[in-house]
Ligand binder design. Structure first.
Ligand SMILES: [Zn+2]
Length: 581
């Protein structure tokens, strides 16, 4: 059987793995590449498979970088089931509809911009086309195991520019990734070639010998097809269509998902409904069985609300995420201490606390912690504005799915507590309300999306607070390279907002202990479960561990430590195909 690493290979977005056996073809995750334009252009390369021949898509969780290309693949001809937990299905609906809508909006904005700046638009198109070609070449070099050309390699380097802890579609679009392509490039090109061939062989020359036949030349020319790189990859309507294929699965219940492939979903402790997927695979009927484990995104042990990642004990092949290779989160107690201290300082200064936060997972956790700190009397109960429509909808989904909570949170719910709500919270619905927050009586707190200041409502608050010494911006998630969030975190003295240079006079603080991902010790602890006192060659001891979903630096730091656990470690290239025996 063959495993194709179609995304999240030496990068942290675009998770997509194609498993081909002698009897079936399935996809594990179908995520969108996010980040700068060079990363997003990867969404537009031709699909590496014919979607009509796929038996199923198995989805680990609802973050856009894991589910974002599903509507595209469905539109291209996939008709099979998309299996995910009930929590993931509800969250994915939210994420995919939002993504379709944002892509349509972005596409319209691009059209308007191009009409106003025709000269610059042409140069931009040439650049995008070159990036697309470099991406296709990089993918092909991965498939064939050939070294990429310098251009394609440079593209790969440029595009690996950020690790996203919990990306949202808003951040992706605002970061300039734009909507991805109408995925018909391959089909259109094939059609063009086929037609060209037909034309070339079927037209009789009309000119005499030695005379140029312009008509024939013209008709024999294969039309150059340029995909419209600014068209939405899919629309909100396509997203709605794709939801029909979703089928709910329960944690721990094994099901046959395709001929010879049995899948079990186990709690990954990352966001609501997130799963580790364990596959029992027979390449051919009656042949030997292999166990494949896909970690998905692994959560942080001890994080509130949801359960811890499920420990695993045996596999033949493991695909493990590596986002935080080489990094250790500060202890939870320290994270709580910094949060409490920051809130107290804001209260004393009669200031404003702005927490940029991802809508799904992080916002719920921050609200949970603030609620707990107020209950414990550790912070004053400042008013809290929740300014993210998506986060509010995600919180509603969390409230409906108490079955996914950890014991502590479930006990709180059963005793009548509402840990997903802060006592003095104000849920902001429209833009007018969002803008009115600036006139509210201080001190107060705002939690707003998105988490890396690349777009969303948080940017409006940043405009008001950036040069206000009584304001504090508190980062609680990973800030990708090149983002405004990262610049501020690294101590920028000035930033450009709306084309103006603004001084940074507000206080900047960061906490890493609220990450939705396991840190390096967490990843190693989870992986060591597969060793279980056995040695290479023993039953259940992995033949190979693939490190995926990580940037090259963290992967290089993690790999030798995983090797030290006794495993044969491999870091696959983008589009690499590995045969599993
Ligand atoms: Zn995730």
């Amino acid at each position: 059987m063959d495993l194709h690493f179609l995304g999240a290979a030496t990068t942290v977005t675009g998770s997509q793995f194609l498993l081909e056996t002698g009897q079936a073809r399935i996809l594990v995750d179908c995520g969108m590449f996010q980040g700068g334009p060079n990363e997003a252009i990867r969404n537009r390369i031709p699909l590496a498979f014919d979607p009509a021949t796929l038996d199923a898509i198995l989805l680990t969780h609802a973050h856009l970088d894991h589910c974002g290309l599903i509507p595209h693949v469905v539109r291209e001809g996939f008709h099979g089931p998309i299996r995910a937990t009930a929590g993931t299905i509800e969250l994915a609906r939210l994420v995919l509809l939002d993504s379709g809508r944002l892509q349509e909006e972005f596409s319209k904005r691009e059209d308007r911009w191009e009409r106003r700046h025709p000269d610059r638009a042409e140069a931009e198109e040439v650049r995008e086309q070159a990036a697309l070609e470099a991406a296709i070449e990089l993918a092909e070099s991965g498939e064939h195991g050939t070294p990429p050309t310098p251009e394609a390699e440079a593209f790969g380097e440029r595009s690996r520019e950020r690790a996203d802890d919990a990306p949202t579609s808003a951040s992706a679009t605002a970061a300039g990734s734009g909507p991805a392509a109408p995925g018909t490039i391959r089909n259109a090109q094939e059609a063009a070639h086929a037609e060209g061939a037909h034309v070339a062989t079927s037209i009789e020359p009309v000119g005499g010998p030695g005379r140029p036949d312009h008509e024939r030349e013209l008709r024999a020319t294969v039309p150059e097809l340029k995909p419209d790189l600014d068209a939405p990859l899919y629309t909100e309507r396509d997203a709605v269509e794709s939801l029909r294929g979703f089928l709910p699965v329960r944690y721990g219940e094994e099901e046959e998902v395709a001929p010879g492939i049995h899948a079990t979903y186990l709690d990954a402790g990352h966001i609501l409904g997130s799963a580790i997927i364990r596959l029992r695979v027979q390449d051919v009927p009656g042949g030997p069985e292999r166990i494949l484990v896909f970690s998905g995104d692994l959560g942080r042990t001890g994080a509130p609300i949801i359960a811890d990642p499920t420990p695993m004990h045996d596999a033949d092949y493991v695909l493990c995420e590596s986002t935080y290779g080489g990094r250790e989160h500060e202890p939870t107690a320290e994270a709580h201490r910094i949060l409490a201290e920051t809130v107290r300082l804001v209260a004393e200064n009669n200031g404003v606390l702005l927490v940029p936060s991802f809508a799904i997972g992080r916002t719920q956790e921050i609200v949970w912690e603030l609620d707990r700190l107020v209950s414990a009397g550790e912070i004053p109960a400042l008013p809290l504005y929740l300014d993210s429509p998506m986060a509010s909808k995600a919180s509603d989904i969390y409230r409906r799915h108490t079955e996914y909570f950890d014991e502590e949170t479930r006990a709180l719910f059963e005793s009548g507590e509402t840990p997903l709500d802060y006592p003095k919270q104000i849920v902001v619905s429209d833009m007018a309300q969002s803008q009115a927050i600036a006139r509210a009586r201080r001190p107060y707190m705002i939690v707003a999306s998105n988490g890396m200041l690349t777009g969303g409502r948080v940017v409006g608050h940043l405009r008001n607070l950036i040069d206000d010494p009584a304001a504090t911006i508190l980062f609680v998630g990973y800030q990708g390279e090149g983002t405004l969030g990262r610049h501020l975190q690294e101590g920028a003295k000035t930033v450009r907002l709306d084309g103006q240079v603004r001084d940074v006079r507000c206080r900047i603080a960061s906490i890493s202990g609220f990450s939705a991902h396991a840190d390096e010790p967490g990843l190693l602890a989870w992986l060591s479960g597969f060793a279980g006192g056995r040695k290479p060659g023993d039953q259940g001891f992995p033949r190979r561990v693939f490190l995926v979903h990580g940037d090259p630096g963290p992967q290089a730091e993690l790999a030798p430590k995983v090797t030290a656990l006794g495993f044969d470690v491999h870091v696959p290239r983008w589009h690499e195909v590995v045969t599993l025996d």
